[in-house]
Design a binder for this molecule. Structure first.
Ligand code: 13P
Length: 264
């Protein structure tokens, strides 16, 4: 698979953290720090705050950077779905992006590949760009099943989609055992998983589309390890949890992503 020179992507997934005041404060700080990064305009920089703070964070970041994203959306359009938020509602709030299939929803809440596929289609139909998360558990990796798990998730998520939507998609490889554990995948293991993911896209579509599809790494990315991860040709950027909650670490990871743009 040829090395990619895709536009880097960096997401900060704030998960269920912060309060209104601290979310707005972090958004203002992140906006100032990312705006000062040379080449920031060559990177898709996105924050994913809790749904209830989207509007306030959106006001704080203005036209960005970063852009605004949501952590989840409903699989339904409208109607009697208590507590759910639709893609159109996220669009109303100024979201450009949404996560689909984060492991804390796949494994934590039990969302199936079929539900996630519906969410992905709903998001695209609402005009949102999608970060589709895939990743194996520790037991699956230790059992030698990592590749087949990733292939299954990618196939269920992407097969049969119009190839025109791939410009609105980012795939995030997030090994479940590396999320929030401080145990980062070795860069060579992450790169290998990214190759498996692209090979599946190539099987479903063709190698050109696979090379042009952005695949980013998530799982204990820090200011210290981002540059090594992002130096791999297969790794188009990152999806960051804990380290996105501090402006200094997120900005440092942003600089690592931007330096990939300068090499690209
Ligand atoms: P951590 O960076 O905290 O491991 O979280 C990764 C993640 O789940 C991003 O979506």
């Amino acid at each position: 698979m040829p090395a990619t020179t895709n536009r880097p992507f960096l997401g900060g997934n704030w998960k269920m953290n912060l309060r209104l005041a601290s979310a707005v404060e972090l958004a203002e700080e992140v906006h100032a720090a990312l705006s000062a990064i040379p080449l920031a305009s060559k990177v898709d920089l996105v924050v994913f705050p809790p749904a209830c703070y989207l509007q306030a964070v959106g006001r704080a970041i203005g036209h960005g950077p970063p852009s605004l994203g949501a952590q989840d959306l409903s699989a339904h359009l409208d109607g009697a779905f208590t507590g759910q938020v639709s893609g159109a509602m996220l669009d109303d709030l100024g979201c450009g992006w949404v996560l689909v299939g984060h492991s804390e929803r796949r494994h934590g809440i039990g969302e199936s590949n079929a539900v996630l596929r519906t969410k992905l289609e709903r998001a695209l139909a609402a005009g949102l760009k999608v970060v589709l998360c895939v990743g194996e558990t520790l037991a699956e990796r230790e059992g030698g099943h990592a590749r087949s798990v990733l292939v299954g998730q990618v196939r269920a998520g992407l097969s049969g989609l119009d190839r025109g939507v791939f410009g609105s998609l980012v795939l995030a490889y997030e090994p479940v055992w590396a999320i929030g554990t401080g145990r980062t995948a070795r860069a060579e293991d992450a790169a290998e998983a990214h190759r498996w993911i692209r090979e599946e896209v190539a099987d479903l579509y063709d190698p050109g589309l696979a090379a042009a599809t952005r695949v980013v790494y998530g799982g204990s990315v820090t200011a210290e390890n981002a540059a090594e991860l992002f130096s791999r040709p297969e790794i188009d950027g990152g999806l960051v949890g804990g380290a996105s909650l501090k402006v200094d670490s997120f900005a440092a990871i942003g600089r690592a992503a931007a330096s990939r743009a300068s090499h690209g």
